[in-house]
Write a protein that binds this ligand. Structure first.
Ligand SMILES: *[C@@H]1O[C@H](CO)[C@@H](O)[C@H](O)[C@H]1NC(C)=O
Ligand SMILES: *[C@@H]1O[C@H](CO)[C@@H](O)[C@H](O)[C@H]1NC(C)=O
Length: 424
């Protein structure tokens, strides 16, 4: 939330505000990250008992795929912010202003202000489903919900967004060359206009894991797990990248700028790593999930931006809170969670009693985690397909098309392979 207010801090000179936040960071290195609370399962604990669990790990924002009243009631007066979702299957309805208003009156207004709902996300990964009717409903649905918020005088406290699969990118390497799929540019420009107009963030689901899974022989594991000892240099921007997550985000910033939008801010609506997978799902282990999520949360708590936006405090939502036993797809999909349904960690992320990650993790970053995962998108009822196969990956053709300009290091080439969007 307030993504755009972060722009105030995006300045090339150190402002007093920045110094102040740096100082407060020094004293309270809380890992202020968000988490996705997916519920495609039949064995999850009652929301009342999820409140202390969420608070124990220092989570400040929870993202739902619907507007489950049990959850919204349970978290009243908890101080936790909420992003609620309107599933893909409802987009055609809420583009009608009357239905949009009814949705907000039923699913948002009654819970305010006790439950801090700060954002409504419309649909999940809609544009990459290539369903033209659904894609045509997306922006009108976002506008419909926003207008309803305006008429109920809630638009100052609740913003509107939609989460995109990173496969909206056609070019993702080097990050400075990031560009959207040409057939989606027009729709994305209209969505970016909307974000500028209402001041809401552009949201992406970014999964270095899927790039690794698609090409474990070429993608360096340490680069996707934030443990690379060397960095790859983007020859155009001269910026150094030592992890794929930042490269994916900056490629998205470049794509946005390429369409002429300079001040739209980005949030990561989903990212994560599974603790378990099928035999052909390389890297899906508790140890890798612990490293990915642990290193990610540390990075977030340091409030480091990306090489392109070093001063922007990026909102990141880890996927997911629980392993979800009813998610369709490969085993990894059911194993992205930090917690098992009984509330015990799937792996030890090293949270202490105050929800802070222990700083005593010699070398290997993070902590432990468990991973249960649902796919990156998945509104509980009527999921319109899982998007897990649409993440970044590479094909042999992609590799051959890489522009080998100048003296790209071997690592750079591997990185470009990693973050190219596959033409699945
Ligand atoms: C850090 O962790 C190691 C291994 O778990 C332990 O032996 C050591 O005492 C810890 N150090 C501190 C300062 O807590
Ligand atoms: C959607 O269309 C794009 C561009 O034509 C294609 O590359 C991609 O594989 C398609 N995705 C799906 C899920 O059909």
């Amino acid at each position: 939330m307030n993504c755009c207010s972060h722009l105030l801090r995006h300045s090339s000179t150190l402002s007093p505000l920045l110094l102040f936040s740096a100082a407060s960071l020094f004293f309270t290195a809380a890992s202020a990250f968000g988490i996705n609370y997916g519920q495609i399962a039949n064995n999850l604990p009652h929301p009342e008992s999820v409140v202390p669990l969420v608070k124990s790990i220092g989570v400040t924002r929870v993202k739902l795929y619907d507007a489950d009243p049990r959850v919204l009631k349970a978290f009243a007066n908890s101080g936790v912010e909420f992003i609620v979702g309107v599933g893909n299957e409802y987009l055609s309805k809420v583009r009608d202003p009357k239905q949009a208003q009814a949705w907000v009156k039923t699913n948002v207004q009654p819970y305010l202000p006790a439950t801090k709902i700060t954002c409504i996300t419309l649909g999940n990964e809609v544009l990459t489903l290539n369903d033209s009717a659904l894609s045509a409903d997306l922006l009108p649905a976002m506008e419909g919900i926003h207008s309803a918020l305006v008429s109920l005088n809630l638009d100052k406290q609740v913003t509107v967004t939609t989460s995109h699969n990173l496969a909206i990118l056609e070019v993702s390497y080097p990050p400075s060359a990031g560009a959207f799929r040409s057939d989606l540019k027009q729709k994305l420009a209209c969505i970016l206009d909307f974000h500028c107009k209402v001041g809401s963030p552009f949201s992406i689901n970014a999964y270095p894991y899927f790039a690794y899974k698609a090409n474990p022989k070429q993608v360096p594991l340490d680069f996707v797990l934030f443990e690379s000892r060397s960095a790859s240099v983007d020859q155009v921007s001269a910026l150094h990248y030592d992890n794929m997550f930042h490269a994916q985000i900056d490629a998205t910033y470049s794509a946005i700028e390429r369409l002429g939008y300079k001040n739209v801010c980005l949030q990561v609506s989903e990212t994560g790593w599974p603790s378990k997978g099928d035999a052909d799902e390389a890297g899906a282990t508790p140890e890798n999930a612990r490293k990915y999520n642990g290193n990610l949360i540390k990075l977030i708590s340091q409030k480091k931006g990306t090489p392109m936006r070093p001063n922007l405090d990026l909102d990141v939502h880890v996927f997911a809170l629980f392993n979800e036993n009813q998610k369709p797809g490969p085993t990894s999909e059911r194993n992205f969670g930090l917690f098992k349904p009984d509330g015990t960690p799937v792996y030890n992320l090293g949270f202490n009693a105050k929800g802070l990650l222990s700083t005593n993790t010699t070398g290997s970053g993070g902590g432990g985690g468990s991973g249960s995962g649902a796919t990156s998108s998945g509104p509980p009822p009527a999921v319109t397909g899982t998007s897990s196969d649409a993440y970044l990956s590479i094909t042999a053709d992609d590799a051959e098309r890489l522009p080998l300009q100048g003296a790209l290091s071997i690592l750079s080439v591997m990185i470009s392979a990693i973050i190219l969007v596959s033409q699945l």
